[in-house]
Structures are given as structure tokens and as C-alpha cells.
Ligand binder design. Structure first.
Ligand SMILES: Cc1cc2nc3c(=O)[nH]c(=O)nc-3n(C[C@H](O)[C@H](O)[C@H](O)COP(=O)(O)O)c2cc1C
Length: 527
């Protein structure tokens, strides 16, 4: 199968070579080939578009097909001769390294055929709309380059079962540049909450149509079969997820898989609807690479959200984050009942979610964080345990507690059927050393707590602490300040099984999800 697909490069490029040689010969000989009815080769081949300066496009096409042919032969040799002629193969790899640096033959083919396909689209558009005539031989060439492009895509999806590293990296670099130099600047001129709402709206629209989903996938997603992980009975296609707080109402379920996300948390959802704290409730601390959050668990309420999500077939594992409604309660029992009601609504619903997050650590709520003492957490978890929930529950942990306090909470959680912990939520520590002095001064004058880089170190320390003290007992989801592939790798090295993010995506662009997956795949290949 592998050799067969590699041979297709050779076969389609031979068709291209024959076609391009013929047109080039005719062009230099000054002959206009007879194209047959419906075609007008003269109009196309004599047009000003048919050459770049003195060089006919057909000659460039010929070079293109010869390159693909040579790379195709090299790929077939690499596949076939690898074992019996190891030294020969090494030599090929060596020369390949010298010429194309770190790129391998399949990736070189992917790059070249993508370029060829893009150029063919340009020529077809020219014939259709500018010259308004068709040349039979140019159509054959466009068909060959389309087949070559399809072949290189099939080679990666079916044989290598991953996206090609170098071409994807180039695409991500380009998208990163476009995002940080244009889109982010425009977004950051807008009010932070309006920008967030626009992103959600735009994502919802992209998720509505197969074409926009496909384009998003081609541009942003990096797939690698070996990145899949089965944890607590859930198969995560990759370890990178969207953290709670971006998609409050589950509007992005159709587009996040195409963005390359491996899982997705909706919410935090509360039993009763809450319109959120007073605006402005979202800000940016650019120097500290952080967002100031004071949303206060804005939610449409569990009943409406469960109704909206019913019938949706999630393409990636999707979780529901649950906390108590942001209001005052007469007593602890009433507050626990409020949380239990949300669990019960989702348990009795037909929503096809895979897991729950129990958010005990939202710092922007009416009563603070009532369940972050061991005694109260124990009472809450005992009540939840009685619901006999089968789906895994992950507890979203605070990050500002001391290591001793965190270990005490973990010791409580350990005794219940809780699948894992998430480190962690926002920081409310005004002495956090990762907040710059300018931002700290601003912070002292406004309400809210911080995401992003100020949460990075603290969450890493607590992930390490948990792994060291509890071994494999908990699945650990690392959240906080992940802005790049190397940040994600550090979280995993600290002990995280999965990672989640929000702020990194806003500061670096949505392609960061693919970049992280690419980096993790490269790391796992090294091992
Ligand atoms: C705008 C915003 C809203 C958030 N809302 C929630 C929430 O409702 N529930 C929750 O558990 N965490 C919430 N968080 C915290 C994030 O899930 C995450 O734990 C934190 O931001 C650290 O990750 P990051 O640095 O990648 O953003 C929110 C974060 C942001 C930035």
C-alpha cells in the first residue's frame, strides 16, 4: 500500500512531464496545438499570462513535474530499499539532509505538490474568468497537479497517520504572524468581552458549514494518531483541550474538533441562570500576559444548556463544568443542593457528554470559594457520591493555596470516586510574583482575578506535588499559562496527562492548538 501510493507520485508526474514537455516544445516551435472542440489553446497559450518574462509557464511546469518525479522515485526507494540496502538508504538520507535540511522526502513532496496545486487553481481561475478560454493541455496539467496534491494528503493521512511536520509548521508560523500582526491588534482595540463574544459568534458560524469546517481543519488542525490517549474510559484524540470559561453555553462544539482540539469543557454551568457580574468584567494585562476575569459564573442555567446540547453528537470528548449558582444561599446544604441539581439535570438528560468538572475554585463568586476547606469539600463530595455518577468527575482546583493545604484537599478527594484534578483556576494572589508592577497597581484598583502567565508556575508546582504524592491515582489536567508547544511539554513533564488552555490562544492565536499538538508529537517521536 505504502509503495503503491508512493508510485502514484511517479505515475501522475509522468503524465505531467509528458503534457508540459509537449506544450513547451510547441511554444518554442511557435506551433499552436489543435485543442479540439470547446477549447481555444491559442487564446490561452498566446496570452500575456502564458509566460513570466521570457520563460513559458509550461517550462516551469516541466521543472515542477520533474522535481515531483525525482522525489517520488526517492520515496519509493526509501520505502523499498530501506532494509536490504541500509547504507544506500543512509546515503540518500544524508544527501537529502544536505539539500533539504531537516525535511524528509514525503514532506518535501507535500510542500511541492501543495504549491503546484495552488498554482493550478490560479491558472484555472485565469482561464475561466480572465482569458475566458480553455486549453486542453493546461486542464490536463491542472488535473495532474490536483491528483498529486490528493496523493500527498492521502500519504500522510493513511500511511503516516499524521499531518506533515514541516509544512504544518510553516503554515502555523504564517498563521501566527497573521494573527499577532493583524487580527490580535484589531481584537485588542475592542472591549475584551466584545472580542470574546465576536470570537464565539465567528466560531459558531464556522461550525455551521462543512466547507468552513474543512478549511479550518486544513489550516489549523494537526493530527497524529499516536497522540490519542485513553484515560478513565474516554478516548482523547489528542491531549489539548479548551478550558472552562471560553464556551459558556456550548456553542463551539462543531468547530473545536476542526481547530484540532482533543477535548472541550462547556461552562461553568450553574443551576440557575445568572447574567454575570457588573461590566466591565473582562480585561487584559498585556505586560503580564494575562486576562483579568470577573465574570462571576455567567450562565444560561443548567436546564436551558442541557436542552440546547441535547441531540448534539460531540466529535471530541466534551465535559460539563459545574459550580453553585452565583448568589447567596441560606446555608451550606442549600448551596450543595444547587450543585446536585445541575448534576442531576445532566445525568437525566440525553446530552452525550463524557465527563464533568466540579469547579470548587471560581474566585469571582458571591461567597468566595466555599468548598476549598477539607471539611466542606468532604461534605460536598459525599453528597455528589450519593448520585452514583458513572462519568468521570475532575475537580477544578484553586492554585493560591499552600502546598500543605492542597495536599489536605487532595487527601479528601482521594477517598471519593473522583477521576482526577485540574490545576488549576485563576490566581487571586495580589502578591503573585509573575504580575508586573504596573499591572499589579492596576489590579489593586479593579475587581477580578488573573489567568495566563501568572498562573503558570503555581499550577506546575501543584501538578508536580500531586504526581509525586499520589502517583497515578489521579488523572491530572494541567491548565494555566500555556502559550506554546514547549509550555505544554513542560506541563506534561511536571506530570499532567492532558492540558487545557484559554489565554494562550487569545495572545498567540488559535493555531497554537495545532502547534502544541505538533510539538508534542515530535517529542513523542524522539522517545
Ligand atoms: C475569560 C475566562 C473565564 C473563565 N471562566 C471559568 C469558568 O467559568 N470556570 C472555570 O472553571 N474556569 C474558568 N476560567 C479559568 C480557566 O479555565 C483556566 O483555569 C485559567 O484561565 C488558566 O488557564 P489559561 O492561562 O490557559 O487561561 C476562566 C478563564 C478565563 C480567561
Amino acid at each position: 500500500m505504502k509503495t503503491f501510493i508512493a508510485l502514484l507520485f511517479v505515475i501522475f508526474s509522468i503524465i505531467g512531464i509528458a503534457d508540459a514537455s509537449f506544450i513547451t516544445y510547441e511554444k518554442f516551435a511557435g506551433i499552436i496545438p489543435d485543442c479540439g472542440p470547446g477549447f481555444d489553446c491559442g487564446a490561452v497559450l498566446n496570452s500575456k499570462w502564458s509566460s513570466i518574462g521570457p520563460v513559458p509557464l509550461s517550462l516551469l511546469g516541466l521543472f515542477y513535474y520533474i522535481t515531483v518525479f525525482a522525489l517520488g522515485i526517492l520515496l519509493v526507494l526509501e520505502i523499498e530499499i530501506k532494509k536490504p540496502m541500509n547504507r544506500f538508504f543512509d546515503k540518500i538520507r544524508l544527501s537529502q539532509k544536505n539539500i533539504l535540511r531537516t525535511i524528509n522526502t514525503a514532506e518535501a513532496l507535500f510542500l511541492v505538490t501543495t504549491f503546484g496545486f495552488g498554482f493550478s487553481i490560479y491558472l484555472v481561475v485565469l482561464m475561466a474568468f480572465v482569458i475566458e478560454a480553455w486549453c486542453k493541455y493546461c486542464v490536463i496539467s491542472a488535473a495532474s497537479s490536483t491528483l498529486l496534491f490528493i496523493t500527498s494528503n492521502i500519504y500522510f493521512s493513511k500511511i503516516e497517520k499524521r499531518s506533515p511536520f514541516i509544512p504544518k509548521l510553516l503554515t502555523f508560523n504564517f498563521l501566527h504572524w497573521g494573527y499577532t500582526t493583524i487580527i490580535k491588534r484589531l481584537f485588542f482595540l475592542m472591549d475584551a468581552e466584545d472580542a470574546h463574544n465576536s470570537c464565539t459568534h465567528f466560531g459558531t458560524v464556522l461550525g455551521k458549514f462543512s466547507l468552513t469546517q474543512w478549511v479550518t481543519k486544513v489550516l489549523f488542525s494537526f493530527t497524529n494518531q499516536s497522540s490519542a490517549k485513553k484515560l478513565n474510559g474516554i478516548l482523547f484524540p489528542n491531549p489539548v483541550g479548551l478550558a472552562a470559561g471560553f464556551d459558556y453555553n456550548g456553542q463551539l462544539t462543531s468547530i473545536l474538533p476542526d481547530l484540532g482540539m482533543g477535548f472541550h469543557t462547556i461552562g461553568t454551568v450553574t443551576y440557575r441562570p445568572y447574567e454575570g457580574n457588573k461590566k466591565p468584567r473582562l480585561g487584559r494585562f498585556l505586560e503580564s500576559k494575562s486576562l483579568l476575569v470577573n465574570k462571576g459564573l455567567k450562565s444560561l442555567g443548567a436546564v436551558i444548556i442541557a436542552k440546547n446540547l441535547t441531540g448534539i453528537k460531540f466529535r471530541i470528548p466534551t465535559g460539563i463544568s459545574i459550580a453553585s449558582t452565583n448568589t447567596s444561599f441560606r446555608n451550606e446544604a442549600e448551596q450543595i443542593l444547587d450543585i446536585l441539581k445541575t448534576f442531576t439535570i445532566f445525568e437525566n438528560s440525553k446530552v452525550q457528554h463524557s465527563y464533568y468538572e466540579l469547579n470548587i475554585s471560581c474566585p469571582n463568586t458571591f461567597g468566595g470559594e466555599p468548598f476549598t476547606t477539607p471539611q466542606r469539600l468532604k461534605i460536598l463530595l459525599s453528597a455528589i457520591e450519593k448520585l452514583q455518577i458513572k462519568k468521570p468527575i475532575f475537580v477544578k482546583m484553586p492554585i493560591d493555596q499552600s502546598k500543605k493545604e492542597t495536599l489536605e484537599l487532595l487527601t479528601v478527594i482521594y477517598k471519593f470516586t473522583i477521576a482526577g484534578v485540574i490545576f488549576g483556576n485563576l490566581t487571586k494572589d495580589k502578591n503573585n510574583p509573575d504580575v508586573t508592577e504596573t499591572d499589579r497597581k492596576k489590579w489593586l484598583t479593579v475587581k477580578g482575578n488573573l489567568s495566563g502567565k501568572p498562573t503558570w508556575k503555581r499550577s506546575n508546582d501543584l501538578i508536580e506535588l500531586t504526581r509525586r504524592n499520589f502517583g497515578k491515582r489521579f488523572t491530572i489536567i494541567g491548565t494555566g499559562g500555556i502559550f506554546s508547544g514547549s509550555d505544554a511539554q513542560i506541563k506534561i513533564d511536571c506530570g499532567a496527562d492532558l492540558i487545557q488552555l484559554i489565554t494562550g490562544m487569545i495572545f498567540e492565536g488559535p493555531q497554537v492548538v495545532g502547534e502544541i499538538n505538533l510539538r508534542l508529537a515530535q517529542e513523542s517521536q524522539k522517545k
